[in-house]
Design a protein around this ligand. Structure first.
Ligand code: PMP
Length: 360
């Protein structure tokens, strides 16, 4: 359809309209400043006040937008990244999506080495965002040449003009959260936060946020969430890497089979381990009670909160901020699939009753 050009209006009117349009210039301007949300219903029987920092409100739907933008802009400032260069990273999905998004706006190529444990949805999404994706076996040790760490390193060596983000060993990962997530939470809680609870993968989120918050108030308790099958909690307690702790688990983005330098263990007061099963059910419970469609690790973070509450660690005046790293839509073929839940043996009789199919 061809629209007729409107009768000429005066310049004054056009300028007036321009002023009225309060648009962002690109998606990168939407990163950060995510809301905190009071979790009222699901915490009804718990002592204390609980708030979720909902990172799904970032344009890439996860907390990783913050580090992607920060690390790339630091590399630009230092002259390491030039137009047309390539961004390379290992990622469980979210960091890759954020890097691909930032690369689109800034004009870089993006190559990602991804664990085969990542959901198909996530891998498809990365490709939809223009990234070149290499899927690497999940159940090999970090030093195996097929591991996504070594594949990314090799690609970096082979690709001229490439930058390896290396989020597990990049201190800018911590700095990104020190400069954004930490100050936001401090301001949003008016300095009244008493506990921070966050999942630990690279450790960037928990370490950077904790660093800022503990500088503001050293009494704030910082609790890290770890998976069974990961070495982080044991390392925190013993300062020793124990490979006997390592076995496959299902939660993506949480826990590790190596010790990342992007984790500042001294800033974390305690690690709490959660199971795949409890975390999956808790994510689904958050969706059903709070109407907040959260990712698997958000379920893990709240599961850890419940376990800590059961130990009687919160009082009526506790103001607990829990970081919810991403959005539920990334897990449709996993925790939000009844079939997947059944295949994992995660259903008890009550849940089975709820999922009875009605023939129409
Ligand atoms: N949740 C999800 C879904 C993630 O992808 C990650 C990152 N691996 C985390 C939590 C943990 O965040 P961090 O890497 O900053 O420790």
């Amino acid at each position: 359809m061809v629209f007729k050009k409107k009768r000429d209006t005066t310049q004054i009117n056009i300028d007036f309209m321009k002023e009225e349009i309060k648009a962002y210039n690109n998606v990168l301007e939407l990163i950060g400043n995510t809301p905190i949300l009071k979790l009222a219903k699901i915490t009804e029987n718990m002592e204390g006040n609980f708030y979720a920092k909902v990172e799904a409100f970032n344009p890439g739907h996860s907390t990783k937008d913050r580090i992607a933008l920060y690390i790339i802009e630091e590399a630009e400032r230092k002259g390491i990244l030039k137009p047309g260069d390539t961004i390379i990273e290992t990622t469980s999905g979210n960091t890759g999506f954020s890097l691909a998004m930032v690369s689109i706006i800034k004009g870089y190529d993006c190559i990602l080495a991804v664990s085969s444990k990542s959901s198909k949805d996530k891998i498809d999404m990365l490709r939809a965002m223009g990234a070149k994706v290499y899927v690497c076996p999940a159940h090999v040790t970090a030093d195996d040449e097929r591991s996504y760490y070594n594949v990314a390193k090799r690609l970096h060596e082979e690709t001229k003009g490439s930058v390896y983000i290396n989020q597990y060993f990049n201190e800018l990962n911590i700095e990104a959260h020190y400069r954004s997530t930490g100050p936001e939470i401090w301001e949003q809680t008016n300095g009244k936060i008493t506990h921070l609870i966050a999942c630990s993968g690279t450790g960037g989120t928990i370490s950077g946020t904790a660093k800022y918050l503990k500088e503001m108030n050293p009494n704030i308790k910082v609790l890290g969430v770890d998976a069974f099958g990961s070495v982080l909690k044991k390392y925190h307690e013993t300062k020793e890497f124990d490979s006997n702790e390592i076995f496959p688990y299902r939660i993506e983005g949480l826990g590790k089979n190596l010790i990342p330098t992007a984790t500042d263990f001294d800033l974390i007061d305690k690690f709490i381990k959660v199971t795949d099963e409890d975390s999956a059910h808790t994510a689904r419970e958050i969706a059903k009670t709070e109407g907040l469609f959260v990712g698997y690790t958000s379920g893990a973070a709240f599961q850890a909160t419940k376990q800590y509450a059961e130990e009687g660690e919160f009082i009526a005046d506790s103001n607990v901020v829990i970081i919810f790293p991403d959005h539920g839509s990334r897990y449709m073929s996993k925790i939000y699939s009844d079939d997947w839940m059944s295949e994992q043996g995660f259903y008890d009789s009550v849940n089975l009753e709820q999922t009875q199919k009605i023939e129409i």
